[in-house]
Design a protein around this ligand. Structure first.
Ligand code: NAG
Ligand code: NAG
Ligand code: NAG
Length: 429
């Protein structure tokens, strides 16, 4: 299992890096934008999204045992802000946490500069508290938290496991279909389902197929476990940038970068939107109205930072964050916009069912501002020996900026708990 997953992650890097490079360059991008403009006028990258409602939250640790009479804090927009200096050490490091994937264990791999570890995200409207492992664990007592998606889902869950391990050691448990950890102290399970498209698909590989095959309207295997998930964090995006053939109703809808196959190139914005919409609809239909409620969180697109060739020294080797005036790249912003819009669309559908909450964990901007947070060449152990350099400018070092994703996730969970408690209070009077 471990071996298979690391092969998948490696292959994502190898295939994605050259593709991502293309996507980041304006000229090769033009045909994609033009095509998606032609077929999907809805997804036109016009003005940056400003009207979408931000994930709301609270900064008061409210637990199920809290006395009545409390107030939920005013919602905060965590998406906009800046990185500020922080003197405190990260909660964990590559020697204290055993579950860090080798290729993201930057310090152990020889990364010398450490100033990238000493920043914290400061939202414009509020203070984002440092991660509180005990609070997080209390919020998942008797629950199952599932991360579903690509290797960035794995990156985030490994950050979370390291953060939580500082107070309670999880046990790796066997489960068919996921990687799963169990916190006996809290009877809580945390799992990772590999599903890079969320919907049914086959990743391209050297042995074939040469393009991803993606069925935009079919459930993946993980969906059969939805009934036993209490909180689902979805992570999707990067694999849609890889050459693909997209299917709908069992028929080819079109493709992305598939010269020679005779299909129409429809870009990836439309297919990504369809896959996310189908996934959210299917979760709502499965879980809605079941009484116990479920939270679904869509983690928005995580930008990569290739500022050179992926196999050359010095690519994504920055050592400081960008300051806030640096605008998010056009493609990253557009993918984020699609994800935010689909969350809003799904909220409308979810309203028909009670006890169902759906939010976006909007990390695009804060991540974009951290070109210094990727492994780069330190995806390999002491990388600058003989042979050529490889750079990972997609995933994030652990510890690193991705820890802040989990800080925001915790605030969202606290806020959700607070709202549920208030509903309970008002319904019992
Ligand atoms: C990791 O953290 C431990 C405990 O805080 C500390 O003793 C150790 O020096 C740290 N290691 C590194 C590589 O920073
Ligand atoms: C542990 O949590 C599961 C749900 O994840 C629940 O079904 C079970 O009853 C819990 N066990 C105890 C002892 O509370
Ligand atoms: C709300 O009430 C339900 C049923 O009475 C209970 O199971 C649930 O734990 C309560 N939630 C909170 C957050 O108090």
């Amino acid at each position: 299992m471990r071996g298979a997953n690391s092969i998948k992650d490696q292959s994502l890097i190898k295939r994605l890096l050259p593709c991502t490079l293309h996507i980041l360059l304006p000229i090769p991008l033009l045909p994609i934008i033009l095509l998606s403009l032609y077929f999907y006028p809805f997804s036109l990258p016009s003005s940056p999204p400003t009207k979408l409602s931000p994930p709301s939250s609270t900064s008061t640790p409210l637990l199920p045992s809290a006395e009545k009479g409390y107030v939920c804090d005013t919602p905060c927009d965590y998406s906009n802000g800046r990185w500020v200096r922080d003197k405190r050490d990260p909660l964990y490091n590559g020697t204290t946490c055993a579950t860090i994937k080798e290729s993201q264990n930057c310090i152990i791999n020889g990364r010398q500069d450490s100033s990238y570890l000493y920043w914290r995200w400061k939202p414009n409207q509020c203070h984002l508290p440092r991660f509180e492992p005990n609070t997080f664990l209390q919020l998942i007592v008797n629950k199952h938290l599932a991360f579903v998606g690509d290797s960035l889902a794995r990156n985030q869950i490994e950050s979370l496991l390291c953060l939580l391990s500082t107070v309670s050691a999880p046990k790796r448990v066997h489960h068919k279909g996921s990687r799963r950890w169990y916190f006996a102290s809290h009877n809580a399970s945390v799992s990772l389902y590999w599903s890079p498209f969320l919907v049914q698909g086959v990743q391209r590989s050297n042995t074939g197929p040469l393009h991803n095959i993606v069925h935009l309207d079919r459930n993946e295997k993980w969906a059969k476990d939805v009934h036993e998930m209490d909180l689902i964090v979805l992570s999707v995006g990067n694999w849609f940038l890889v050459p693909s053939v997209f299917y709908e109703g069992g028929k080819v809808l079109g493709c992305l970068n598939c010269e020679g196959l005779g299909y129409t190139d429809i870009g990836f914005y439309g297919p990504l939107r369809k896959a996310l919409r189908a996934t959210l609809s299917s979760i709502i239909e499965k879980k809605g109205g079941k009484g116990n409620g479920v939270n679904v969180i869509v983690r928005t697109f995580s930008p990569s930072h290739f500022d050179g060739d992926w196999d050359k020294e010095g690519t994504c080797s920055k050592t400081r964050p960008y300051m806030k005036e640096m605008k998010v790249g056009e493609v990253d912003e557009e993918i984020r916009r699609i994800e935010m819009e689909e969350v809003e669309n799904a909220k409308v559908k979810a309203k028909e069912f009670g006890g169902f909450s759906l939010e976006a964990l909007d990390v695009t901007k804060l991540s974009w501002l951290r070109p210094d947070g990727h492994p780069g060449a330190y995806m390999n152990h002491f990388p600058f020996g003989p042979g050529h350099v490889q750079n990972d400018c997609v995933h994030w070092c652990l510890p690193g900026p991705i820890d802040s994703w989990n800080e925001i996730l915790l605030e969202m969970m606290k806020s959700q708990e607070c709202r549920l408690s208030l509903v309970n209070l008002s319904s019992s009077h």
